[in-house]
Design a protein around this ligand. Structure first.
Ligand SMILES: C[S@@+](CC[C@H](N)C(=O)[O-])C[C@H]1O[C@@H](n2cnc3c(N)ncnc32)[C@H](O)[C@@H]1O
Length: 602
C-alpha cells in the first residue's frame, strides 16, 4: 500500500510526518559524516620503529581528550600568549632511558654496540665518539636524592654526594687527595697525582720557573689534558685564567662529572685517533700532569696535535715521570720526547724539580715557520694547508706540522684582550666594524634584556653554554658575572672559534644534530640565538630539545632567540616535557626545566 504525502496530510497524521522528516535528516547527516571517499582518520600515528621511546601523534582535528600517560598540550600554559603555532596539537609520550646506568647516559660515548665492534683499542679508539643512529629520544632519570647543586664558589670545594654518587676515586686516589667523602658531601681538597703540596703550590711553582707565563695577563686560555677532577683549572680561575679541562670517560670514574658539578669548565674528550674539536693556534698554554698520553707513540701524532692547537710562542708544560725519573722505561720515553720535540722546533725553556721531587719541563712552540724550513730532514713534513679541512670534526690526526700564520703576534693582555680586535679576524675592512658592532649588540642586549628583563635568577647560574656562539659576544657580555661559558660553534657554519679563543674565551666545535660530549645535568643555562633555522633543515627539533633536557639541570634555564615559528614549535615541545615557558616580546623564549620525569615502568 503506497502512502502518499497528500493522503497523510489529508488524514492529518502530523506527528508521523514530523518523525519521517527527522528520520530523513538523521540519515542524510549520517551518510555525510561517515563518507570514506577521502580518508580523514582522526590521527596519523607516526611511530617510527627507529624512535621507540617517544610517540609523536599528529591529529588532523583537535584532540578530544588526553590519554592518561601522555602529556597534555598546554597544561603548562603560561601568561605570554594563547595563540596556536606550528607543532601545537602534537602530543608526545615520553619515556625514561632504561637500565641502571641511564642516569649518566652520554649517547655518543656509551654506544656499547659500536665500541664492541671496534677492531682496535690500542689508540684509545673506544673512548672516541660513536653516535647512535637515530638519536635516542628517551629522558634521563634523576639519581635518587638529587638536589639543587651547591652554589659557586662553595661548589669548588664541596658538592652533594647524591648528585654524583660515585666513590671509586675516593678510594682509588685516597693518597693523592683528589676527592673525599664527608657525610652528604664530596670534598675536593685541591690534590692530584702531581699536586703533592696542593694545587696552589704547583701553580706558583710553574710561574716561578717561567715568569713570562704571567697567569691571567699574558696567559689566559689554557688546556689541561687528562685533568682528573680539574682542580688545576679550578684554582687557576682565581688568577683569571680560563682552563678547558678535559679527560675521557674512563676508569677515573665520573672525573668530568665532578668537575662540572663543582662549576669548573670541563669537557669529555680524549687524545686518540682523531683531532680534538679545537681550532689551530688556540691555546696560550697546554698542560699535562701525568696525563697518560704517549706523546711519541702513533708516529708522534698526539704531540703534533698539541702543536696544532698551541698558539705560536705558547708553551707546553709536561710534568710526568719521564721528566724526573730514570728507570729504563722512563729514560726511553724521555729520549723519544727529546727527538720529537726537536723535530718540531720546540725549545726547552725550563726544567726543574720541586721540593716534593716532582719535576716538569716547559717547551715553547716557535713563532714562525722559519725553523721548520731549516731542518736537515723534513720529518715530520709540513702540512699541505690546501688539503686540511678548517674544522676538526671526526678528522683523523695529522702526521704533519701545521704552518704558522705569517705576521703572528701574541694577543693583547687580559682583560683588554676580550674586546680588542682578534688576531684571526678577517683582514676585510668591514670585518672589524662587524666585530665591534657584534660586541656592542651583545653588551646592550645582555644588560638591557637578559640580566633584568627575562626573569632569570642569575645568582643561581654558574655553568653556561652558548649553543651558537658566533664571535662569543654573549660570553663576553657576561664576563663580569661569576659564570663561565662554553661557546659552541657549529661545524656547518662560519668558523668563528679561532676568534673566540683570541678573545680569551673557550669553546668547541659541535654539530647539534648529534649529542654533546657532556654528562647529563651539567649546565645551568643554555643560550641559543638563531640556531634552529639552519639546523632543522638537517635534523628534528625534537632531538635537540631532548638533548637540551639531558644537558640542563632541573631548575636550569634556556634562553632562545629565534623566529616566531621556531619559538612556538620549541615551546610546545618544552611544555610537553613539563618545563615552564615564557615568551618575551615575541622574540625570546625562556624555558625552565622542572624536576618532572616520566613514571618508571614497573
Ligand atoms: C694519573 S691521572 C692525572 C690527573 C691530573 N692531571 C693530576 O695530576 O692530578 C691521569 C689522567 O689522564 C687522563 N687520560 C688518560 N689517557 C688519556 C688520553 N688519551 N687523553 C686524555 N686524557 C687521558 C685520565 O683520564 C686521567 O684524568
Amino acid at each position: 500500500m503506497a502512502i502518499s504525502v497528500h493522503n497523510l496530510l489529508k488524514e492529518r497524521r502530523y506527528p508521523f510526518i514530523a518523525f519521517l522528516f527527522l528520520l530523513i535528516l538523521f540519515v542524510a547527516f549520517f551518510i555525510l559524516t561517515t563518507n570514506n571517499s577521502q580518508p580523514p582518520p582522526l590521527y596519523h600515528i607516526r611511530q617510527p620503529s627507529s624512535h621507540p621511546s617517544v610517540t609523536k601523534i599528529i591529529p588532523t582535528t583537535p584532540l578530544p581528550e588526553i590519554v592518561s600517560n601522555r602529556t597534555e598540550i598546554g597544561t603548562n600554559r603560561d601568561s605570554d600568549d594563547g595563540d596556536s603555532g606550528e607543532g601545537e596539537g602534537l602530543v608526545y609520550e615520553w619515556k625514561l632511558c632504561p637500565g641502571p646506568l641511564a642516569v649518566d647516559y652520554i649517547p655518543c660515548l656509551d654506544n656499547w654496540k659500536a665500541i664492541k665492534s671496534l677492531k682496535s683499542r690500542r689508540h684509545m679508539e673506544h673512548r672516541e665518539r660513536y653516535c647512535p643512529k637515530p638519536n635516542p629520544r628517551c629522558l634521563i632519570p634523576l639519581p635518587d636524592g638529587y638536589k639543587v647543586p651547591v652554589a659557586w664558589p662553595k661548589s669548588r670545594d664541596m658538592i652533594w654526594f647524591d648528585n654524583v654518587p660515585h666513590l671509586k676515586l675516593v678510594e682509588y686516589k685516597k693518597e693523592q687527595n683528589w676527592v673525599k667523602r664527608s657525610g652528604d658531601y664530596l670534598l675536593f681538597p685541591g690534590g692530584g697525582t702531581q699536586f703533592k703540596e696542593g694545587v696552589n703550590h704547583y701553580i706558583q711553582y710553574i710561574e716561578k720557573n717561567l715568569p713570562k707565563i704571567g697567569w691571567g695577563k699574558r696567559t689566559r686560555v689554557i688546556l689541561d689534558v687528562g685533568c682528573g677532577v680539574a682542580s688545576f683549572g679550578g684554582y687557576l680561575l682565581d688568577k683569571n685564567v680560563i682552563t678547558m679541562s678535559f679527560a675521557p670517560k674512563d676508569e677515573h670514574e665520573a672525573q668530568i662529572q665532578f668537575a662540572l658539578e663543582r662549576g669548573i669548565p670541563a669537557t669529555l674528550s680524549v687524545i686518540a685517533t682523531q683531532k680534538l674539536t679545537f681550532p689551530d693556534n688556540a691555546f696560550d698554554l697546554i698542560h699535562c700532569a701525568r696525563c697518560r698520553v704517549h706523546w711519541d707513540g702513533y708516529g708522534g701524532k698526539p704531540l703534533l696535535e698539541l702543536n696544532r692547537i698551541l698558539r705560536p710562542g705558547g708553551v707546553f708544560i709536561w710534568s710526568a715521570t719521564p721528566v724526573y725519573r730514570d728507570d729504563e722505561r722512563d729514560k726511553k720515553v724521555w729520549e723519544a720526547m727529546v727527538a720529537l720535540t726537536k723535530s718540531i722546533c720546540w725549545k726547552v725553556v725550563a726544567k726543574s724539580f720541586d721540593s716534593s721531587g716532582i719535576g716538569l719541563v716547559i717547551y715553547e712552540k716557535p713563532i714562525s715557520s722559519s725553523c721548520y724550513k731549516s731542518r736537515k730532514e723534513s720529518n715530520p713534513p709540513l702540512c699541505d694547508e690546501n688539503l686540511r679541512p678548517n674544522t676538526s670534526w671526526y678528522t683523523p690526526l695529522d702526521g704533519c706540522i701545521s704552518t704558522i700564520p705569517v705576521a703572528n703576534t701574541w694577543p693583547t693582555p687580559w682583560p683588554q684582550r676580550l674586546k680588542s680586535k682578534p688576531l684571526s679576524l678577517s683582514t676585510d675592512p668591514d670585518a672589524e666594524l662587524a666585530f665591534y658592532e657584534d660586541t656592542k649588540h651583545w653588551s646592550e642586549l645582555v644588560t638591557n634584556v637578559y640580566i633584568g628583563g627575562l626573569g632569570v635568577n642569575w645568582s643561581s647560574v654558574r655553568n653556561v653554554m652558548d649553543m651558537n656562539a658566533g664571535y662569543g659576544g654573549f660570553a663576553a657580555a657576561l664576563s663580569d658575572l661569576p659564570v663561565w661559558v662554553m661557546n659552541i660553534v657549529s661545524v656547518n657554519g662560519p668558523n668563528t672559534l679561532p676568534i673566540i679563543f683570541d678573545r680569551g674565551l673557550i669553546g668547541i666545535y659541535h654539530d647539534w644534530c648529534e649529542s654533546l660530549n657532556t654528562y647529563p645535568r651539567t649546565y645551568d643555562l643554555l643560550h641559543s640565538s638563531f640556531l634552529f633555522g639552519n639546523l632543522t633543515s638537517r635534523c628534528d627539533m625534537l632531538d635537540i630539545a631532548v638533548e637540551m633536557d639531558r644537558v640542563l639541570r632541573p631548575g636550569g634555564v634556556v634562553i632562545v632567540e629565534d623566529s616566531t615559528g621556531m619559538l612556538k614549535k620549541l615551546k610546545h615541545i618544552l611544555r610537553s616535557l613539563h618545563w615552564s615557558t615564557n615568551l618575551h616580546q615575541q622574540r625570546f623564549l625562556v624555558g625552565r626545566k622542572s624536576f618532572w620525569r616520566p613514571e618508571k615502568k614497573r
